[in-house]
Design a protein around this ligand. Structure first.
Ligand code: AMP
Ligand code: GLY
Length: 425
């Protein structure tokens, strides 16, 4: 079996490493970490060729941009087996308004909302003024995770609506906004494999979106993650499947959308039950870096079954009883304007520790073969252990061996894992 994996980040490196337990993997464009052989003897390589020019038995699309852009449709039109929704299904992530419409039509519990276009500033302000407790303003289109403002300050929310709708802050992508009430509780990420009819959940995880410790500083793509989440048992997952995932996939199906791929539910957990914050149409990053290394089932078989419409014929995903903690090392200047080109040292020593996965996120090799920083998030280091405390120690021990100029990391990843849903932070 040969798998073509689209993407270049640490999420793709983690997927490649686990797919290569049972398949040869060629990543496009891939990264310097995706190379060589797995312990099981399968090859890993990175190729600059576009996915449409790579021959494979299964295509797995990692990031949202190619999904929203219809890459899965183009591959399927050529008769390929693809894990990843087509452009219609990918609108769940590509348009916040579409996502909210589908959620409302499916009766999914989610924040009260309304969408507004450029000419509707006055109506938008009126809607804002009627919300209580907190305000959330989102660009309708993709904005690389930066298009969302959450605030308790009505004046700040109003100014943000004006800046977005006028095109000043996000250009055309911001000229439609979704305004919604703020939800309170604990955030959770749950990935579900879907084949158009059947769906199977993976292990729930938590990620850390803010740059700095104690959840301060700007939002980022994610600075760390851990799994499993002690407070989230099978009952909570069951409730999410029943109230959020099942009704959404049924609503998509009624619209004629055959959703095959990962559905990522971003949830707010409260004592009143789970509420949907957002859907992504792919695996999360850095949650993938803790979820898939713990998988004891065959990932290739699962993704191939989802792509081929046969999830009802495979055993549900099984996970090891161990825990995983991932800490991201980011370049100086991230998330604004990261400085790249810095020399990275210690990767070999860190990777040779047992129970450590060192995933490349934004690296490149220079002419001498030395590893350099080449993106905002540079490395994602996952430690595995018998419990979260041990996994955490392992991740920080490995990161202690790695260095590059101006390296930013959070020291509090998984320091206080969520152990109860009773006392919201
Ligand atoms: P989104 O791109 O929709 O996931 O929003 C990015 C982040 O903003 C989420 O992960 C949450 O941390 C936060 N957020 C979004 N919507 C809400 C909401 N209605 N209430 C509270 N926080 C939210
Ligand atoms: N971890 C957040 C995301 O992948 O969007």
């Amino acid at each position: 079996m040969r798998v073509c994996l689209v993407g270049s980040g640490a999420r793709e490196h983690a997927l490649a490493a686990v797919l290569a337990r049972s398949a040869d993997v060629v990543a496009t464009p891939g990264n310097p970490g995706i190379e060589g052989r797995s312990q099981e003897g399968h090859s890993l390589s990175s190729s600059p060729a576009p996915a449409l020019e790579i021959e494979a038995d299964l295509y797995v699309i990692g990031p949202e941009a190619p999904l929203v852009d219809g890459l899965a449709d183009r591959l399927r039109a050529g008769g390929k087996k693809v894990f990843g929704p087509g452009a219609e299904g990918a609108r769940l992530e590509g348009s916040k308004e579409f996502m909210k419409k589908v959620a409302s039509e499916a009766g999914v519990p989610t924040a009260r909302w309304q969408a507004f276009s450029a000419g509707e500033v006055a109506a938008a302000k009126e809607f804002l003024a009627r919300l209580e407790g907190g305000y959330v303003v989102k660009t309708d289109g993709l904005a690389a995770g930066k298009g969302v403002l959450v605030t308790s300050d009505l004046a700040e929310a109003t100014a943000d609506v004006e800046a977005k709708l006028s095109g000043a802050s996000f250009g055309p992508a911001g000229q439609k906004v979704v305004i919604e009430e703020a939800l309170f509780g604990h955030e959770l990420s749950l990935f579900v494999l879907c084949d158009g009819r059947t769906f199977l959940p993976l292990l729930p995880a938590q990620d850390y979106k803010r740059l700095s410790e104690k959840d301060r500083g700007p939002n980022t793509g994610g600075m760390g993650s851990y799994a499993p989440v002690p407070a989230v048992d099978g009952q909570v997952v069951g409730e999410v499947l029943e109230t959020v995932v099942g009704p959404t996939l049924a609503a998509l199906s009624r619209r004629g959308i055959d959703y095959r791929g990962a559905l990522y539910a971003g949830l707010m957990l409260s004592e009143a039950g789970p509420r949907l914050i957002e859907f992504n149409v792919r695996f999360g990053d850095p949650e993938t870096e803790v979820v898939v290394p713990l998988l004891s089932s065959d990932l290739t078989e699962l993704l191939a079954a989802a792509a081929g419409g046969g999830l009802d014929r495979v055993a549900p995903p099984q996970f090891s009883a161990r825990s995983a903690v991932c800490v991201v090392a980011a370049a100086p200047g991230y998330p604004g304007a990261p400085e790249t080109g810095g020399l990275i040292s210690g990767v070999g020593a860190a990777a040779s520790l047992g129970d450590v996965h060192l995933f490349h996120a934004g690296t490149s090799r220079d002419e001498e073969g030395a590893l350099r920083t080449a993106g905002g998030r540079v490395l994602a280091v996952t430690g595995i252990g018998d419990d979260l405390a041990r996994a955490r120690r392992r991740a920080y021990e490995a990161l202690g061996l790695v260095s590059f100029e101006g390296m930013q990391l959070r020291r509090d990843i998984a320091a206080t894992p969520l152990s109860s849903l009773r006392a919201p932070a």
